[in-house]
Design a protein around this ligand. Structure first.
Ligand SMILES: Cc1cc2nc3c(=O)[nH]c(=O)nc-3n(C[C@H](O)[C@H](O)[C@H](O)COP(=O)(O)OP(=O)(O)OC[C@H]3O[C@@H](n4cnc5c(N)ncnc54)[C@H](O)[C@@H]3O)c2cc1C
Ligand code: FES
Length: 501
Protein backbone atom coordinates (compact mmCIF):
# COMPACT_ATOMS: atom_id res chain seq x y z
CA UNK A 1 0.00 0.00 0.00
CA UNK A 2 1.55 3.35 -1.04
CA UNK A 3 1.82 6.22 1.40
CA UNK A 4 -1.45 8.21 1.24
CA UNK A 5 -3.05 10.14 4.06
CA UNK A 6 -6.76 10.44 4.69
CA UNK A 7 -6.66 14.11 3.59
CA UNK A 8 -4.53 14.15 0.45
CA UNK A 9 -7.37 14.03 -2.09
CA UNK A 10 -8.49 17.56 -1.06
CA UNK A 11 -7.66 20.04 -3.84
CA UNK A 12 -6.31 23.46 -2.82
CA UNK A 13 -5.85 26.12 -5.51
CA UNK A 14 -4.66 23.66 -8.20
CA UNK A 15 -4.36 26.55 -10.67
CA UNK A 16 -1.62 28.44 -8.72
CA UNK A 17 1.04 29.35 -11.30
CA UNK A 18 4.83 29.28 -11.18
CA UNK A 19 6.58 32.61 -10.38
CA UNK A 20 8.03 34.08 -13.56
CA UNK A 21 9.54 37.55 -13.46
CA UNK A 22 9.38 40.02 -10.58
CA UNK A 23 6.67 40.62 -8.01
CA UNK A 24 6.36 42.94 -5.02
CA UNK A 25 4.28 42.85 -1.83
CA UNK A 26 4.25 43.96 1.80
CA UNK A 27 4.90 40.45 3.16
CA UNK A 28 6.19 37.39 1.28
CA UNK A 29 5.33 34.06 2.92
CA UNK A 30 7.46 31.09 1.90
CA UNK A 31 5.60 27.80 2.45
CA UNK A 32 1.91 27.03 2.13
CA UNK A 33 1.29 24.63 5.00
CA UNK A 34 -0.75 25.56 8.06
CA UNK A 35 1.94 28.02 9.22
CA UNK A 36 2.22 29.85 5.88
CA UNK A 37 -1.47 29.99 4.98
CA UNK A 38 -2.48 31.06 8.50
CA UNK A 39 0.10 33.88 8.30
CA UNK A 40 -1.25 34.98 4.91
CA UNK A 41 -4.76 34.93 6.38
CA UNK A 42 -3.89 37.04 9.44
CA UNK A 43 -1.91 39.63 7.47
CA UNK A 44 -4.31 39.95 4.53
CA UNK A 45 -7.16 40.48 7.02
CA UNK A 46 -5.18 43.47 8.31
CA UNK A 47 -4.85 45.00 4.85
CA UNK A 48 -1.32 43.80 3.98
CA UNK A 49 -0.54 42.76 0.42
CA UNK A 50 0.76 39.20 0.67
CA UNK A 51 2.38 36.66 -1.67
CA UNK A 52 2.51 32.95 -0.75
CA UNK A 53 5.12 30.93 -2.62
CA UNK A 54 5.74 27.18 -2.45
CA UNK A 55 8.14 24.75 -4.03
CA UNK A 56 5.32 22.22 -4.59
CA UNK A 57 1.56 22.56 -4.94
CA UNK A 58 -0.34 24.45 -2.24
CA UNK A 59 -0.42 22.60 1.12
CA UNK A 60 1.37 19.45 -0.03
CA UNK A 61 3.95 19.45 2.80
CA UNK A 62 3.70 17.88 6.27
CA UNK A 63 0.27 19.42 6.89
CA UNK A 64 -1.08 16.92 4.34
CA UNK A 65 0.36 14.13 6.53
CA UNK A 66 -0.81 15.20 9.96
CA UNK A 67 -3.27 13.40 12.21
CA UNK A 68 -4.84 16.70 13.24
CA UNK A 69 -5.45 16.64 16.97
CA UNK A 70 -5.77 20.16 18.29
CA UNK A 71 -4.27 19.66 21.73
CA UNK A 72 -3.09 22.73 23.64
CA UNK A 73 -0.94 20.93 26.25
CA UNK A 74 2.68 19.96 25.58
CA UNK A 75 2.64 16.51 24.00
CA UNK A 76 5.99 15.78 25.69
CA UNK A 77 4.11 16.39 28.97
CA UNK A 78 3.72 19.68 30.83
CA UNK A 79 5.82 18.19 33.66
CA UNK A 80 8.80 18.05 31.29
CA UNK A 81 8.06 21.45 29.76
CA UNK A 82 7.95 23.08 33.20
CA UNK A 83 11.29 21.50 34.18
CA UNK A 84 12.96 23.12 31.16
CA UNK A 85 11.20 26.49 30.94
CA UNK A 86 9.73 27.17 34.41
CA UNK A 87 6.14 27.66 35.57
CA UNK A 88 5.56 31.13 34.11
CA UNK A 89 6.58 30.24 30.53
CA UNK A 90 4.70 26.92 30.82
CA UNK A 91 1.52 28.87 31.58
CA UNK A 92 2.07 31.19 28.62
CA UNK A 93 2.79 28.17 26.39
CA UNK A 94 -0.51 26.55 27.36
CA UNK A 95 -2.44 29.82 26.94
CA UNK A 96 -0.95 30.43 23.48
CA UNK A 97 -1.68 26.89 22.28
CA UNK A 98 -5.24 27.03 23.67
CA UNK A 99 -5.70 30.39 21.94
CA UNK A 100 -4.70 28.71 18.66
CA UNK A 101 -7.50 26.16 19.03
CA UNK A 102 -9.92 29.01 19.80
CA UNK A 103 -8.64 30.90 16.74
CA UNK A 104 -9.26 27.91 14.44
CA UNK A 105 -12.75 27.52 15.90
CA UNK A 106 -13.45 31.23 15.39
CA UNK A 107 -12.07 31.34 11.81
CA UNK A 108 -13.92 28.24 10.58
CA UNK A 109 -17.16 29.58 12.07
CA UNK A 110 -16.83 33.18 10.83
CA UNK A 111 -15.57 32.19 7.36
CA UNK A 112 -18.05 29.31 7.11
CA UNK A 113 -15.36 26.71 6.35
CA UNK A 114 -16.77 23.16 6.37
CA UNK A 115 -13.77 21.35 7.85
CA UNK A 116 -15.25 18.89 10.38
CA UNK A 117 -14.00 21.02 13.31
CA UNK A 118 -15.21 19.43 16.52
CA UNK A 119 -14.55 20.07 20.21
CA UNK A 120 -14.06 16.83 22.13
CA UNK A 121 -12.25 15.49 25.17
CA UNK A 122 -8.65 14.29 25.15
CA UNK A 123 -7.57 11.34 27.34
CA UNK A 124 -3.97 10.78 28.41
CA UNK A 125 -3.81 7.22 29.75
CA UNK A 126 -1.18 5.23 31.60
CA UNK A 127 0.94 3.21 29.15
CA UNK A 128 1.16 -0.58 29.39
CA UNK A 129 3.22 -1.50 32.48
CA UNK A 130 4.06 2.12 33.21
CA UNK A 131 3.81 3.68 36.69
CA UNK A 132 0.73 5.74 37.59
CA UNK A 133 2.83 8.48 39.15
CA UNK A 134 3.42 9.96 35.64
CA UNK A 135 -0.30 10.70 35.64
CA UNK A 136 -0.20 12.25 39.11
CA UNK A 137 2.79 14.45 38.29
CA UNK A 138 1.20 15.55 35.04
CA UNK A 139 -2.07 16.35 36.84
CA UNK A 140 -0.19 18.73 39.11
CA UNK A 141 1.70 20.40 36.22
CA UNK A 142 -1.47 20.82 34.14
CA UNK A 143 -3.42 22.28 37.09
CA UNK A 144 -0.57 24.70 37.69
CA UNK A 145 -0.86 26.18 34.18
CA UNK A 146 -4.59 26.61 34.68
CA UNK A 147 -5.85 24.07 32.12
CA UNK A 148 -9.09 22.16 32.81
CA UNK A 149 -8.31 18.54 33.74
CA UNK A 150 -9.98 15.62 35.56
CA UNK A 151 -8.38 12.49 36.95
CA UNK A 152 -10.19 9.23 36.12
CA UNK A 153 -9.64 5.51 35.92
CA UNK A 154 -10.23 3.72 32.60
CA UNK A 155 -10.63 4.60 28.91
CA UNK A 156 -12.93 2.71 26.49
CA UNK A 157 -10.05 0.72 24.97
CA UNK A 158 -9.83 -3.02 25.66
CA UNK A 159 -7.52 -3.84 28.57
CA UNK A 160 -7.32 -0.19 29.63
CA UNK A 161 -10.30 -0.23 32.01
CA UNK A 162 -8.05 0.02 35.08
CA UNK A 163 -5.46 2.42 33.65
CA UNK A 164 -5.03 5.82 35.28
CA UNK A 165 -6.21 8.67 33.08
CA UNK A 166 -6.30 12.45 32.74
CA UNK A 167 -9.29 13.84 30.86
CA UNK A 168 -8.83 17.22 29.14
CA UNK A 169 -12.19 18.77 28.23
CA UNK A 170 -12.71 20.71 24.99
CA UNK A 171 -9.71 19.75 22.94
CA UNK A 172 -10.54 19.57 19.22
CA UNK A 173 -10.02 17.84 15.88
CA UNK A 174 -10.29 19.00 12.30
CA UNK A 175 -9.92 17.94 8.66
CA UNK A 176 -6.66 19.84 8.07
CA UNK A 177 -6.81 20.24 4.30
CA UNK A 178 -10.49 21.19 4.17
CA UNK A 179 -9.55 23.90 6.67
CA UNK A 180 -6.60 25.06 4.56
CA UNK A 181 -8.72 25.00 1.38
CA UNK A 182 -11.15 27.35 3.13
CA UNK A 183 -8.36 29.63 4.40
CA UNK A 184 -6.75 29.75 0.95
CA UNK A 185 -10.06 30.76 -0.65
CA UNK A 186 -10.50 33.61 1.86
CA UNK A 187 -6.90 34.71 1.25
CA UNK A 188 -7.54 34.83 -2.51
CA UNK A 189 -10.59 36.99 -1.93
CA UNK A 190 -8.40 39.26 0.24
CA UNK A 191 -5.99 39.67 -2.70
CA UNK A 192 -3.26 37.22 -1.66
CA UNK A 193 -1.27 36.02 -4.70
CA UNK A 194 -0.17 32.35 -4.79
CA UNK A 195 2.77 30.85 -6.65
CA UNK A 196 3.31 27.08 -6.74
CA UNK A 197 6.14 24.89 -8.10
CA UNK A 198 8.54 27.77 -7.38
CA UNK A 199 11.33 26.77 -4.97
CA UNK A 200 12.83 29.77 -3.19
CA UNK A 201 16.60 29.43 -3.45
CA UNK A 202 17.74 32.48 -1.51
CA UNK A 203 16.28 34.90 1.04
CA UNK A 204 18.24 38.06 1.87
CA UNK A 205 17.64 41.46 3.44
CA UNK A 206 18.34 44.13 0.84
CA UNK A 207 17.68 47.87 0.45
CA UNK A 208 15.45 48.13 3.52
CA UNK A 209 13.38 45.11 2.49
CA UNK A 210 13.71 41.42 1.68
CA UNK A 211 14.52 39.79 -1.68
CA UNK A 212 13.52 36.20 -2.40
CA UNK A 213 15.04 34.54 -5.45
CA UNK A 214 13.69 31.59 -7.45
CA UNK A 215 15.19 30.23 -10.66
CA UNK A 216 12.67 32.16 -12.80
CA UNK A 217 11.87 35.24 -10.76
CA UNK A 218 12.27 37.39 -7.69
CA UNK A 219 9.94 38.73 -5.02
CA UNK A 220 10.79 41.92 -3.17
CA UNK A 221 8.87 42.58 0.03
CA UNK A 222 8.87 44.70 3.15
CA UNK A 223 9.07 41.55 5.30
CA UNK A 224 9.30 37.79 4.75
CA UNK A 225 7.95 34.94 6.84
CA UNK A 226 9.79 31.65 6.35
CA UNK A 227 7.20 28.95 6.98
CA UNK A 228 8.99 26.09 5.26
CA UNK A 229 8.61 23.70 8.23
CA UNK A 230 12.41 23.62 8.73
CA UNK A 231 13.72 27.11 7.99
CA UNK A 232 15.56 27.79 4.74
CA UNK A 233 16.80 31.15 6.11
CA UNK A 234 18.80 29.87 9.08
CA UNK A 235 21.88 27.87 8.06
CA UNK A 236 22.79 26.07 11.27
CA UNK A 237 22.18 27.86 14.57
CA UNK A 238 18.51 26.92 15.04
CA UNK A 239 18.76 23.59 13.25
CA UNK A 240 21.15 22.40 15.95
CA UNK A 241 18.28 22.80 18.46
CA UNK A 242 15.75 20.78 16.44
CA UNK A 243 15.70 17.06 15.68
CA UNK A 244 13.63 15.40 12.94
CA UNK A 245 11.56 12.33 13.83
CA UNK A 246 9.67 10.13 11.39
CA UNK A 247 6.24 9.10 12.63
CA UNK A 248 3.67 6.62 11.29
CA UNK A 249 -0.13 6.49 10.97
CA UNK A 250 -2.52 3.65 10.05
CA UNK A 251 -6.21 4.32 9.31
CA UNK A 252 -8.82 1.59 9.73
CA UNK A 253 -12.49 1.46 8.81
CA UNK A 254 -14.78 1.11 11.82
CA UNK A 255 -18.58 0.88 12.11
CA UNK A 256 -19.97 4.16 13.45
CA UNK A 257 -20.56 4.10 17.20
CA UNK A 258 -18.11 1.28 18.01
CA UNK A 259 -15.63 3.66 19.69
CA UNK A 260 -16.70 6.67 21.78
CA UNK A 261 -15.35 9.79 20.05
CA UNK A 262 -12.34 11.25 21.79
CA UNK A 263 -8.61 11.83 21.44
CA UNK A 264 -6.68 9.09 23.22
CA UNK A 265 -2.92 8.83 23.77
CA UNK A 266 -0.73 6.93 26.22
CA UNK A 267 2.32 7.78 28.34
CA UNK A 268 4.69 5.46 26.45
CA UNK A 269 7.73 6.86 24.63
CA UNK A 270 7.08 7.11 21.73
CA UNK A 271 3.41 7.34 22.54
CA UNK A 272 0.47 5.75 20.69
CA UNK A 273 -2.54 7.85 19.79
CA UNK A 274 -6.07 7.21 18.53
CA UNK A 275 -8.67 9.49 16.94
CA UNK A 276 -11.80 9.08 14.84
CA UNK A 277 -12.59 10.82 11.56
CA UNK A 278 -16.09 10.81 10.07
CA UNK A 279 -16.30 8.59 6.99
CA UNK A 280 -18.97 8.02 4.36
CA UNK A 281 -22.25 6.10 4.95
CA UNK A 282 -22.29 4.19 8.20
CA UNK A 283 -18.58 3.91 8.89
CA UNK A 284 -15.81 6.11 10.23
CA UNK A 285 -12.03 5.95 10.19
CA UNK A 286 -9.89 5.29 13.25
CA UNK A 287 -6.41 6.77 13.01
CA UNK A 288 -3.74 5.08 15.09
CA UNK A 289 -0.27 6.60 15.16
CA UNK A 290 3.14 6.40 16.77
CA UNK A 291 6.26 4.19 16.33
CA UNK A 292 8.41 7.33 15.88
CA UNK A 293 12.15 7.13 15.35
CA UNK A 294 14.82 9.66 14.49
CA UNK A 295 14.63 10.35 10.76
CA UNK A 296 16.84 8.10 8.70
CA UNK A 297 17.73 5.83 11.62
CA UNK A 298 15.44 2.98 10.53
CA UNK A 299 14.02 1.75 7.25
CA UNK A 300 11.50 -0.78 8.54
CA UNK A 301 8.13 0.92 7.97
CA UNK A 302 6.33 -2.39 7.35
CA UNK A 303 7.30 -3.68 10.78
CA UNK A 304 6.28 -0.41 12.41
CA UNK A 305 2.88 -0.48 10.65
CA UNK A 306 2.48 -4.13 11.73
CA UNK A 307 3.15 -3.19 15.37
CA UNK A 308 0.67 -0.27 15.17
CA UNK A 309 -1.91 -2.59 13.62
CA UNK A 310 -1.54 -5.25 16.29
CA UNK A 311 -1.66 -2.59 19.05
CA UNK A 312 -4.87 -1.21 17.49
CA UNK A 313 -6.52 -4.63 17.01
CA UNK A 314 -5.79 -5.57 20.62
CA UNK A 315 -7.15 -2.33 22.13
CA UNK A 316 -9.97 -1.71 19.62
CA UNK A 317 -11.20 -5.16 18.46
CA UNK A 318 -13.94 -3.51 16.34
CA UNK A 319 -11.47 -2.05 13.82
CA UNK A 320 -11.98 -3.33 10.27
CA UNK A 321 -9.63 -3.33 7.31
CA UNK A 322 -6.68 -0.96 6.92
CA UNK A 323 -7.66 1.85 4.51
CA UNK A 324 -4.57 4.13 4.56
CA UNK A 325 -0.97 4.03 5.75
CA UNK A 326 1.41 6.97 5.73
CA UNK A 327 4.35 8.53 7.49
CA UNK A 328 5.63 12.05 7.96
CA UNK A 329 8.19 14.00 9.89
CA UNK A 330 7.91 16.15 13.00
CA UNK A 331 10.62 18.52 14.23
CA UNK A 332 11.20 18.20 17.97
CA UNK A 333 12.89 21.18 19.58
CA UNK A 334 15.16 20.66 22.55
CA UNK A 335 12.79 22.56 24.89
CA UNK A 336 9.45 21.52 23.30
CA UNK A 337 8.42 24.95 21.96
CA UNK A 338 8.81 26.07 18.34
CA UNK A 339 11.06 28.85 17.10
CA UNK A 340 8.72 31.63 16.03
CA UNK A 341 9.50 35.32 15.65
CA UNK A 342 12.27 37.39 14.16
CA UNK A 343 15.20 35.46 12.70
CA UNK A 344 18.26 36.10 14.93
CA UNK A 345 20.44 38.83 13.42
CA UNK A 346 17.74 39.95 11.01
CA UNK A 347 15.36 42.92 10.97
CA UNK A 348 12.76 41.82 8.44
CA UNK A 349 12.81 38.02 8.23
CA UNK A 350 10.50 36.06 10.51
CA UNK A 351 10.41 32.31 11.17
CA UNK A 352 7.92 29.63 12.10
CA UNK A 353 9.68 26.30 12.67
CA UNK A 354 9.91 23.42 15.12
CA UNK A 355 6.56 21.94 16.01
CA UNK A 356 7.32 19.15 18.46
CA UNK A 357 4.31 17.22 17.18
CA UNK A 358 1.96 20.16 17.77
CA UNK A 359 2.58 21.86 14.46
CA UNK A 360 -1.04 22.73 13.74
CA UNK A 361 -1.51 24.80 16.87
CA UNK A 362 2.05 26.15 16.50
CA UNK A 363 1.26 27.18 12.91
CA UNK A 364 -1.91 29.07 13.83
CA UNK A 365 -0.48 30.61 17.00
CA UNK A 366 2.75 31.51 15.15
CA UNK A 367 0.72 33.32 12.48
CA UNK A 368 -0.90 35.50 15.15
CA UNK A 369 2.46 36.14 16.84
CA UNK A 370 4.47 36.90 13.67
CA UNK A 371 1.70 39.11 12.25
CA UNK A 372 1.60 41.15 15.40
CA UNK A 373 5.42 41.53 15.46
CA UNK A 374 5.54 42.49 11.76
CA UNK A 375 2.84 45.09 12.24
CA UNK A 376 4.97 46.73 14.90
CA UNK A 377 3.46 45.42 18.09
CA UNK A 378 4.90 43.25 20.82
CA UNK A 379 3.17 40.14 22.06
CA UNK A 380 3.00 38.36 25.44
CA UNK A 381 3.92 35.04 23.73
CA UNK A 382 7.11 36.41 22.14
CA UNK A 383 9.43 35.16 24.90
CA UNK A 384 7.99 31.61 24.81
CA UNK A 385 8.97 31.09 21.16
CA UNK A 386 11.77 33.68 20.60
CA UNK A 387 14.25 32.11 18.14
CA UNK A 388 17.18 33.71 20.02
CA UNK A 389 16.28 32.22 23.42
CA UNK A 390 19.01 30.24 25.21
CA UNK A 391 17.32 27.22 26.81
CA UNK A 392 20.19 26.34 29.18
CA UNK A 393 18.15 23.76 31.08
CA UNK A 394 17.79 21.88 27.78
CA UNK A 395 21.57 21.43 27.33
CA UNK A 396 21.31 17.66 27.84
CA UNK A 397 18.71 17.37 25.05
CA UNK A 398 20.95 19.58 22.86
CA UNK A 399 23.95 17.27 23.34
CA UNK A 400 21.87 14.11 22.80
CA UNK A 401 20.31 15.37 19.55
CA UNK A 402 23.63 16.66 18.20
CA UNK A 403 25.35 13.29 18.72
CA UNK A 404 23.38 12.34 15.60
CA UNK A 405 25.55 14.65 13.51
CA UNK A 406 28.83 13.23 14.79
CA UNK A 407 27.64 9.65 14.33
CA UNK A 408 26.29 10.53 10.91
CA UNK A 409 29.49 12.12 9.61
CA UNK A 410 31.41 9.02 10.74
CA UNK A 411 29.36 7.04 8.19
CA UNK A 412 31.39 8.58 5.37
CA UNK A 413 34.24 6.21 6.22
CA UNK A 414 31.99 3.12 6.45
CA UNK A 415 31.60 0.69 3.52
CA UNK A 416 28.64 1.06 1.13
CA UNK A 417 25.43 -0.94 1.61
CA UNK A 418 25.86 -2.50 -1.84
CA UNK A 419 29.06 -3.29 -3.75
CA UNK A 420 27.63 -2.49 -7.19
CA UNK A 421 24.50 -0.96 -8.73
CA UNK A 422 23.79 -4.37 -10.32
CA UNK A 423 22.54 -5.44 -6.86
CA UNK A 424 19.69 -2.90 -6.97
CA UNK A 425 16.29 -4.37 -7.85
CA UNK A 426 13.52 -2.28 -9.46
CA UNK A 427 12.32 0.42 -7.02
CA UNK A 428 15.24 -0.05 -4.62
CA UNK A 429 17.67 2.54 -3.25
CA UNK A 430 20.97 2.01 -1.38
CA UNK A 431 24.31 3.63 -0.62
CA UNK A 432 27.27 2.71 -2.78
CA UNK A 433 30.93 3.53 -2.08
CA UNK A 434 33.12 4.56 -5.01
CA UNK A 435 36.63 5.45 -3.85
CA UNK A 436 36.22 8.15 -1.23
CA UNK A 437 32.74 9.09 -2.43
CA UNK A 438 29.38 7.86 -1.08
CA UNK A 439 26.65 7.61 -3.74
CA UNK A 440 22.87 7.57 -3.25
CA UNK A 441 21.80 5.01 -5.89
CA UNK A 442 18.20 4.31 -6.90
CA UNK A 443 16.81 2.11 -9.67
CA UNK A 444 13.30 3.21 -10.65
CA UNK A 445 10.42 0.89 -11.55
CA UNK A 446 11.31 1.22 -15.26
CA UNK A 447 14.90 0.12 -14.57
CA UNK A 448 16.57 3.53 -14.95
CA UNK A 449 19.38 4.30 -12.51
CA UNK A 450 19.50 7.60 -10.57
CA UNK A 451 22.91 8.29 -9.03
CA UNK A 452 23.61 11.28 -6.80
CA UNK A 453 26.05 12.29 -4.13
CA UNK A 454 24.85 10.96 -0.74
CA UNK A 455 25.85 14.26 0.86
CA UNK A 456 22.89 16.43 1.95
CA UNK A 457 23.04 19.86 0.33
CA UNK A 458 22.17 21.59 3.63
CA UNK A 459 25.45 21.07 5.48
CA UNK A 460 26.66 17.73 4.24
CA UNK A 461 25.24 14.93 6.41
CA UNK A 462 25.06 11.41 4.99
CA UNK A 463 21.64 10.49 3.55
CA UNK A 464 19.67 7.31 4.25
CA UNK A 465 17.20 5.53 1.94
CA UNK A 466 13.53 5.43 2.95
CA UNK A 467 11.97 2.54 1.03
CA UNK A 468 8.37 3.15 2.16
CA UNK A 469 8.28 6.82 1.08
CA UNK A 470 10.78 6.30 -1.80
CA UNK A 471 13.03 9.19 -0.80
CA UNK A 472 16.38 10.02 0.80
CA UNK A 473 16.09 11.21 4.43
CA UNK A 474 18.71 13.34 6.14
CA UNK A 475 18.97 12.38 9.84
CA UNK A 476 20.54 15.70 10.86
CA UNK A 477 17.96 18.46 10.32
CA UNK A 478 15.11 16.95 8.32
CA UNK A 479 15.87 17.54 4.64
CA UNK A 480 14.24 15.00 2.34
CA UNK A 481 15.19 14.41 -1.31
CA UNK A 482 13.24 12.76 -4.13
CA UNK A 483 14.98 9.97 -6.10
CA UNK A 484 15.74 12.54 -8.83
CA UNK A 485 17.79 14.50 -6.28
CA UNK A 486 15.34 17.42 -5.83
CA UNK A 487 14.74 18.56 -2.22
CA UNK A 488 11.17 17.94 -1.08
CA UNK A 489 11.57 19.08 2.51
CA UNK A 490 13.60 21.98 3.89
CA UNK A 491 16.11 23.09 5.12
CA UNK A 492 17.90 21.98 1.90
CA UNK A 493 17.25 24.26 -1.06
CA UNK A 494 19.60 22.73 -3.66
CA UNK A 495 19.35 19.43 -5.50
CA UNK A 496 21.78 16.57 -4.83
CA UNK A 497 24.81 16.59 -7.11
CA UNK A 498 24.36 14.07 -9.95
CA UNK A 499 27.06 11.40 -10.29
CA UNK A 500 28.07 9.68 -13.55
CA UNK A 501 27.53 5.95 -13.81
C1 LIG B 1 2.03 11.86 11.08
C2 LIG B 1 1.95 13.22 11.70
C3 LIG B 1 1.03 13.48 12.70
C4 LIG B 1 0.94 14.75 13.27
N1 LIG B 1 -0.03 14.98 14.19
C5 LIG B 1 -0.21 16.24 14.66
C6 LIG B 1 -1.29 16.54 15.52
O1 LIG B 1 -2.09 15.67 15.85
N2 LIG B 1 -1.44 17.81 15.94
C7 LIG B 1 -0.58 18.80 15.57
O2 LIG B 1 -0.77 19.94 15.99
N3 LIG B 1 0.46 18.54 14.75
C8 LIG B 1 0.66 17.29 14.28
N4 LIG B 1 1.68 17.03 13.44
C9 LIG B 1 2.61 18.11 13.08
C10 LIG B 1 1.98 19.03 12.07
O3 LIG B 1 1.19 18.35 11.15
C11 LIG B 1 3.07 19.78 11.31
O4 LIG B 1 4.00 20.28 12.22
C12 LIG B 1 2.52 20.95 10.54
O5 LIG B 1 1.51 20.51 9.67
C13 LIG B 1 3.64 21.64 9.79
O6 LIG B 1 3.09 22.74 9.12
P1 LIG B 1 4.04 23.75 8.38
O7 LIG B 1 3.18 24.75 7.71
O8 LIG B 1 5.09 24.23 9.32
O9 LIG B 1 4.86 22.85 7.32
P2 LIG B 1 4.39 22.19 5.95
O10 LIG B 1 2.98 21.79 5.95
O11 LIG B 1 5.41 21.14 5.65
O12 LIG B 1 4.54 23.38 4.92
C14 LIG B 1 5.82 23.86 4.55
C15 LIG B 1 5.77 24.22 3.09
O13 LIG B 1 7.00 24.86 2.73
C16 LIG B 1 7.31 24.50 1.40
N5 LIG B 1 8.74 24.74 1.16
C17 LIG B 1 9.80 24.13 1.71
N6 LIG B 1 10.95 24.63 1.21
C18 LIG B 1 10.59 25.58 0.31
C19 LIG B 1 11.34 26.44 -0.55
N7 LIG B 1 12.67 26.43 -0.59
N8 LIG B 1 10.64 27.29 -1.37
C20 LIG B 1 9.28 27.32 -1.35
N9 LIG B 1 8.55 26.51 -0.54
C21 LIG B 1 9.20 25.66 0.27
C22 LIG B 1 6.93 23.03 1.34
O14 LIG B 1 6.77 22.59 0.01
C23 LIG B 1 5.64 23.00 2.16
O15 LIG B 1 4.49 23.13 1.36
C24 LIG B 1 1.80 15.77 12.84
C25 LIG B 1 2.73 15.54 11.82
C26 LIG B 1 2.80 14.28 11.25
C27 LIG B 1 3.79 14.04 10.14
S1 FES C 1 19.35 18.65 6.83
FE1 FES C 1 21.12 19.56 7.64
S2 FES C 1 22.72 18.37 6.81
FE2 FES C 1 20.93 17.48 5.97
Amino acid sequence: MVSTSLWMDTEILPEAAELKGDAHCDVAVVGSGIAGLSTAYELSKRGQSVIVIDRKGIARGMTARTSAHLAPLCDDLMTEFKKLRGAEIAKLFYESQAAAVDRIEEIQASEKIACDFMRLDGYLFQGNGMPADIIDQELEAVQEVGAPVHRLVGVPLKGCEERHVLRYPRQAKIHPLKYLAGIAAVCETNGVRFFANSPVEEVAERDGGVALRTSHGQITAGHAVIATNASIADRFQLHSKVAPYRTYVVAFAIARGELPDGLYWDTEDPYHYVRLQAGPDDHDFVLVGGEDHKSGEADDADQRFARLESWARELIPAVGSVTHRWSGQVLDTIDYAGFIGREPGSERIYLAMGDSGQGLTHGVMGAVLNSSLILGGDHPWRSVYAPDRKPLAAARNFLRENMTILQNLAEYVAPGEIASVEELKLGEGAILRRGLEKIAAYRDKAGELHLHSASCTHIGCHLHWNSFETCWDCPCHGSIFAPNGQPINAPAVSALRPVQR
